[in-house]
Design a binder for this molecule. Structure first.
Ligand code: SAH
Length: 502
């Protein structure tokens, strides 16, 4: 008996901006059993990967040593031979200085199926993110992608710099930072004018992007003076003069800001992507995690008897998803809700209901328990109300409804727990002052963050989603720098943008 073999997909992740992944790349990441990714790949690209899949980071400095190409090939092949769908996620385009041919040869040798998915190579993101077009009707009708790596040999550069000096177009050097003194001097020696404009784009399309403009003869001095380290591409040619006057990417309102997202892991991607689209570097450190309640019996009893309630009240998007997941597990469908009326706490909960084609009868104008209670006291007088809630949370809704003589039952749909430990690298970044903002999207998260970071919270600015959350922070001694006017993640992002003067 032979087991079915897996397939290896060599996928380009693009230059860093997580939105520059192709649709095919996204689809393959979703289907993958294991993903081997280069450490330079933006972790946000990995949000497409199934939570059950295995993630293997290659070539991280923190791993102590870089894996050799043969070791990578062996690991990739072993995974595919074990029947797994493997994605090999590479920065930029897999075939531009990405060793794609070597990896394919290794796969063909052992007869493993493969697919290559292109990515946006770094040089192409120079136009979108650094405002530098690689070609221009008036000054450059061709482009050469060049590796500076070939200048390392003891016998002098293997690159044909004599011909490159005569190349009638734009030269883009990859891996060329450390070897720039060699190749720039050679280009000039072979006749390329020393005054040729040069742009160095470091961390292209990332929130840490920096662009330096100089001339070919000044390039080595610039690199040394500014202590420029890889990864950077170096663009040589008159197109550098055609640079856009205003850089759209670096003018984004949160460009250069590092923002920590602290929601439960499965909920953080949406907020991180919005921050990232505004130019920020979004990091994740979940402060809470959610899971099924300690006992499902009360929820199950309520689900069997839903017809006995007039109103179902959802206090969070999580509550909605856990509720309907359990409804389905019990073999019911939406008809079990009968004519129950529905209420939500705010737009996120309402959006979660929309996933099930449901629309709430009540969503309060202000997104807080007091406002919802006031509306329900009027709307649900004399009715039977079921509150679907987290294992912890405020009692104000139940108390207010009971006090108004409404028959209220509460059922826990999911458990919310504190995450005990922060990731070492996140704590280190915070202590080093590398995190500008921490988003605090609920009172439970606020309390957990205080426990997790304590005094270290003063190293960043806190952004609270509502006055209630702000109050929890202030009471603990860490008043937030901003509080959202609208109590949603959109309102929160808006508050951070306004604080930046955006
Ligand atoms: N396959 C990749 C290139 C890999 S070679 C691609 O298509 O882009 C590695 C080199 O790529 C780095 O030395 C650097 O020159 C360049 N590079 C990769 N990511 C970069 C980035 N975000 N900004 C600037 N240069 C980058």
């Amino acid at each position: 008996m032979t087991t079915a073999q897996g397939k290896v997909c060599l996928v380009g992740a693009g230059p860093g901006d997580p939105d520059l992944l192709t649709l095919r790349g996204q689809q393959l990441l979703k289907q993958a059993d294991v993903v081997f990714y280069d450490y330079l790949v933006n972790p946000l690209a990995l949000r497409h990967v199934d939570s059950a899949a295995e993630l293997v980071c290659l070539g991280s400095h923190t791993q102590g040593r870089m894996l050799e190409q043969v070791e990578i090939n062996a690991e990739v092949i072993a995974a595919a031979q074990a029947g797994k769908q493997v994605v090999r996620l590479k920065g930029g385009d897999p075939a531009v200085f990405g060793r794609v041919a070597e990896e394919i040869a290794a796969l063909e040798q052992v007869g493993i199926a493969y697919e290559v998915v292109p990515g946006v190579t770094t040089a192409l993101a120079a136009s979108s993110h650094a405002g530098i077009p690689l070609t221009h009707r008036d000054v450059a009708s061709s482009v050469a992608l060049v590796t500076g790596q070939e200048c390392r040999g003891k016998q002098g550069p293997a690159l044909d710099l004599e011909n490159l000096a005569r190349f009638p177009g734009t030269l883009v050097f990859y891996m060329g930072v450390t070897t720039a003194p060699v190749w720039s001097t050679e280009l000039i020696a072979h006749g390329k004018p020393g005054a040729t404009p040069v742009a160095v784009v470091r961390h292209c399309s990332r929130p840490s992007q920096q662009t330096y403009v100089t001339s070919l003869q000044e390039l080595p001095r610039l690199l040394e003076r500014e202590k420029i380290r890889p990864p950077a591409i170096i663009i040589v040619g008159d197109v550098v003069h055609a640079r856009a006057a205003v850089n759209e990417f670096t003018s984004r309102p949160l460009f250069g800001q590092t923002v920590l997202v602290t929601r439960a892991a499965h909920q953080s991607a949406g907020l991180m992507l919005r921050l990232s689209a505004l130019g920020a570097a979004a990091l994740a450190q979940p402060a809470i995690e959610t899971g099924p309640p300690a006992s499902l019996a009360p929820l199950d009893a309520a689900l069997h008897a839903l017809a006995g309630y007039d109103w179902l009240v959802f206090s969070s998007a999580n509550g909605v998803h856990f509720f309907f997941q359990r409804l389905r597990q019990l073999g019911y469908d939406l008809r079990q809700l009968g004519t129950c009326r529905l209420a939500t706490m705010g737009p996120a909960t309402t959006a979660a209901l929309a996933d099930y084609h449901l629309h709430p009868d009540v969503q309060p104008a202000a997104y807080r328990a007091e406002a919802l209670a006031a509306e329900l006291v009027a709307a649900a007088a004399g009715k039977r109300v079921l509150l679907l809630r987290a294992s912890r949370g405020r009692e104000v809704l139940a108390d207010t409804l009971s006090a108004a003589g409404i028959a209220v039952e509460q059922v826990v749909t999911y458990a919310s727990r504190d995450v005990e430990q922060a990731a070492a690298e996140i704590r280190a970044a915070l202590v080093a002052g590398e995190i500008d903002w921490i988003t605090v999207t609920s009172s439970a998260i606020a309390r957990s963050l205080v426990r997790m970071f304590g005094q270290q919270l003063t190293q960043a600015r806190l952004a609270a989603i509502s006055p209630l959350t702000a109050g929890v922070l202030a009471e603990a001694g860490y008043p937030p720098a901003v509080t959202a006017d609208e109590y949603t993640t959109t309102g929160l992002v808006q508050a951070v943008v306004e604080a930046r003067g955006g």
